[in-house]
Design a protein around this ligand. Structure first.
Ligand code: GLC
Length: 434
């Protein structure tokens, strides 16, 4: 009978909840059609037709050191790369299939080079692995909710052996956990309908993973998808429980709590445009200022942000993504203390922005200036040791202006005469409590 060991769990989660910010990388054959990673399913492309991308794939510019450096310079502390997405193409040298990067023109184990580059940059190594596999003949085709051949009766499932598929899938997970050194994060994706938990032989799978990678952190999608929390939130975690909840393309309004109201770890995964995989015509990239504020929002609600990039067929991260990562990195260099290891402040959200906290430090993120001195809600003057501009360390005095004399119980910070905040995106006040 599985017993959830909270102390062991919280120890292995330490680096993750301290990191707060990671890079998601969706990359594979689908970068060639350049219409997103679900293109084979959405356009119901038969395997034979999809194989043209396999024979063409040759990412001549692939240099994972550049990717790792871009993540590091953006202030990200971990990276998660799709080792295999739903199309079944392996970016690693699997002994269980020919549908792999080492059999393409590039002839490279892309995952091996990636883990070396990310580890070399001092970042934590994450791998995404799809539980779903549209290439494998033993995975359900006709009538499945997502398979490219779901509407084609000629792809019926009589002769498909799902147990044989599970053996294949488990063997590949074993390869990933054996052949690439320490893996810090395994990001399984995703469960749906009756395909969840033990339907994946989840207990056997996780026992194998933990025997090979005892400190690895695992997401919750052996049980659910971007919807559903999984048994971690139930108060009675299953053997294959996720270590964090994985909301997708949204930020939970109040963070995430378990059935007992206790905050639990969560990570919002978000695209910069509207696609995980490279999409040639999706130019709707979120502004860097918005992405910084969403990172702050996640942390202020006790969560992480996993921000996605989708490299193109040649292996280049899109310029729009690199531009945003550079702006984020510039802000993080000066304000990272208000993100790393921070979480909920336990005080109400101020009108002017948000609050993150770590121990005796409260970080007031100012998105807009106030008229007159800045009210700092629910603080007492006698509890404050200091107030500083986080970015410069400059002292911020407590205001003694007459304009707020009617509010003696509220602390006001005096930001001086300039109505324009020094950082137009997010100016952070660091309040140290006694
Ligand atoms: C969804 C998408 C998948 C993507 C994942 C990222 O599961 O189907 O393509 O990899 O979200 O969270």
């Amino acid at each position: 009978m599985y017993q959830f060991d909270r102390a062991e769990y919280e120890k292995r989660m330490e680096w993750y909840t301290d990191a707060r910010f990671g890079m998601f990388i969706h990359w594979g054959l689908y970068a060639i059609p350049a219409r997103g990673e679900w293109v084979r399913s959405q356009e119901e492309i038969p395997k034979e037709e999809y194989m043209k991308y396999f024979y063409e794939f040759n990412p001549i510019d692939y240099d994972p050191k550049k990717w790792a450096q871009a993540a590091k310079d953006a202030g990200m502390k971990y990276v998660v790369l799709t080792a295999k997405h739903h199309d079944g193409f392996c970016l690693f040298d699997s002994q269980y299939t020919d549908f792999k990067s080492t059999n393409t023109k590039c002839g490279r184990d892309l995952v091996a080079e990636y883990v070396e580059a990310v580890r070399g940059a001092g970042l934590k190594v994450g791998l995404y692995f799809s539980l779903i596999d549209w290439y494998h003949d033993d995975f359900p085709h006709y009538g499945d909710r997502n398979h490219p051949m779901r509407n084609h009766p000629e792809y019926s499932n009589e002769n498909r052996n799902f147990d044989r598929y599970l053996t294949y899938m488990h063997n590949q997970v074993r390869e990933i956990c054996t052949n690439y050194g320490k893996i810090d994060l395994l990001w399984f994706d995703f469960s749906y309908d009756e395909l969840r938990g033990e339907a994946w032989k989840g207990t056997e799978l996780i026992n194998m993973v933990r025997s090979l990678q005892p400190d690895v952190i695992i997401d919750n999608r052996l049980e659910v998808s971007g919807e559903g929390y999984g048994s971690l939130a139930s108060g009675n975690p299953a053997p294959y429980h996720g270590d964090f909840v994985s909301p997708e393309q949204m930020i939970p309004p109040n963070g995430i709590q378990d059935v007992n109201g206790k905050d639990i770890a969560w990570e919002a995964c978000v695209t910069m445009n509207n696609n995980w995989g490279y999409h040639a015509t999706d130019r709707y990239f979120k502004p860097a200022s918005m992405l910084i504020k969403k990172l702050v929002e996640c942390v202020s609600k006790g969560g992480n942000l996993l921000l996605n990039v989708g490299p193109d067929a040649k292996g280049n991260i899109p310029e729009e993504s690199l531009e945003r990562l550079a702006v984020i990195g510039k802000w993080m260099k000066k304000n990272g203390d208000s993100i790393y290891g921070c979480g909920k402040a336990g005080i109400e959200k101020p009108d002017f922005g948000r609050v993150t906290a770590k121990g005796k430090k409260l970080y007031f993120h100012m998105y807009e200036n106030t008229i007159g001195p800045v009210p700092l809600p629910q603080l007492k003057k006698e509890d404050i040791a200091s107030i500083r501009w986080l970015a410069t360390g400059a002292e911020i005095p407590i205001s003694t202006s007459w304009v707020h004399s009617d509010y003696p119980d509220i602390v006001f910070a005096d930001l001086g005469p300039d109505p324009v905040l020094p950082d137009e995106i997010d100016t952070v006040l660091e309040v140290t409590l006694k």
